[in-house]
Design a protein around this ligand. Structure first.
Ligand SMILES: *Cc1c(COP(=O)(O)O)cnc(C)c1O
Length: 389
């Protein structure tokens, strides 16, 4: 049986240092075993209810709805607000594709905005210049744990009457202006994929304070059955987006340990910052005044002057048995969006995001990391960069 130390997570020593990984204790295993035995009949939603209540209280939201993944949470946010064909949704050009794919699911057009140099999150100036009469929503993403400028995004959304979605999939536990990530939009969405700060294997959560949006989400995520319907008289065609009790049991154990999880993430980042002190020409995740960063993924951006792109950097790490990830490539550069030039119509000629995304990589940031492993990674980074310059 596993102990409670993150080091005890089973790792195959012949594999590289993995880039991400969970922290699982006896609590998760016990809750899931209990759910397997007891979460049936009138108890079938008990673990979901407890997970949702604990999660909502942590984030500071009125409602939390457990879902099969974060992609569903974004899809439901858009569908619940009635975003559809002919509408435009402004999104950051640099994010995981899941932030944006649901815009296409509902038949609306994603409109890319540039990101900022410091936080790597959507630039409100770029958002403002992308607004048209067709704009219906803005999706802000708290990238790699960093917080977007929610004061400005809220101001823009209110002035133009837009839905504001906070994609906090990578930022559980981060804060902006004293309020938790996920509490700044009309809906906030989270992912519990195995690589994320809190995991249920696969899973997601939608939080909101809005009674109407909550009601719409509850109906749409259950094939158009309003909550409490026992007669199977569907009022509309919806989706099937529910989290199983087994996943919810796992998630409850994780959210009960959330302080310990966030503390560990911040500790891993502090090891990196220490070990990389004095290395010239690199930028790490930012934590501007008035924010707290839960550092989902420790990310390093070497200056352009090193002349090394992210894929070459990843290759050098791979040869030394260290697994890394590329900074997300701009969506506007992906084959997936090649047939949508309208999505890039408002992008600046020389986007900030393009430079960052060309050079950045995520370093191993999972709960298996120790101070020693961090030192190994940082020694490798120093070597690779001095060889490159
Ligand atoms: C992981 C992630 C998602 C998607 O989460 P899933 O649970 O895999 O659907 C969405 N947005 C961002 C920014 C993510 O990192």
């Amino acid at each position: 049986m596993r102990g409670t130390e993150p080091e005890s997570v089973v790792e195959n020593s012949s594999t590289p240092i993995p880039v991400a990984g969970p922290w699982i204790t006896e609590r998760e295993i016990e809750y899931v075993a209990d759910a397997a035995r007891n979460a049936w009949f009138s108890n079938h939603y008990e673990y979901n209810r407890r997970f949702e209540e604990t999660f909502a209280a942590y984030v500071g939201a009125k409602y939390a709805v457990s879902l099969p993944h974060c992609t569903a949470a974004i899809h439901l946010s858009l569908a619940a607000a009635g975003v559809g064909p002919g509408d435009e949704v402004i999104v950051p050009d640099v994010t995981w594709i899941a932030s944006v794919a649901p815009v296409v699911y509902v038949g609306a057009t994603p409109i890319f905005a540039d990101i900022r140099n410091d936080t790597w999150c959507i630039d409100h100036v770029s958002v403002e210049s992308a607004i048209t009469t067709r704009t219906k929503a803005i999706i802000g993403v708290d990238l790699y744990g960093s917080m977007a400028n929610w004061t400005e995004l809220r101001r823009i959304a209110d002035r133009h009457g837009l839905l504001l979605i906070e994609d906090a999939a990578e930022a559980l536990g981060s804060e902006y202006g004293g309020r938790k990530a996920g509490s700044h939009g009309d809906t906030g969405v989270f992912s519990f994929h195995g690589s994320k700060t809190l995991t249920t294997g696969e899973g997601g959560m939608l939080v909101t304070n809005d009674d109407h949006l909550h009601q719409r989400v509850m109906t749409l995520r259950d094939h158009g059955r309003p909550p409490g319907d026992k007669l199977f008289l569907n009022t509309e065609v919806g989706f099937k987006y529910k989290m199983s009790a087994l996943q919810a049991a796992f998630g409850l154990a994780q959210i009960e340990r959330v302080e310990e999880l966030i503390t560990k993430k911040r500790e891993i980042f502090s090891w990196y910052r220490q070990a990389l002190e004095g290395v010239e020409g690199i930028t790490l995740n930012a934590e501007p005044q008035g924010t707290l960063n839960s550092y989902w993924m420790v990310t390093v951006i070497p200056d352009t002057s090193f002349g090394v792109d992210k894929f070459a950097l990843m290759d050098a790490f791979r040869k030394r048995k260290i697994d890394t990830r590329p900074f997300f490539s701009p969506l506007s550069s992906l084959p997936a969006f090649a047939d949508r030039p309208e999505s890039s119509a408002h992008m600046p000629a020389q986007p900030v995001g393009e430079v960052i995304a060309r050079h950045g990589i995520n370093l191993p940031s999972g709960y298996h990391m120790t101070k020693e492993k961090v030192r190994t990674v940082c020694t490798t980074l120093r070597e690779v960069l001095s060889g490159a310059s």
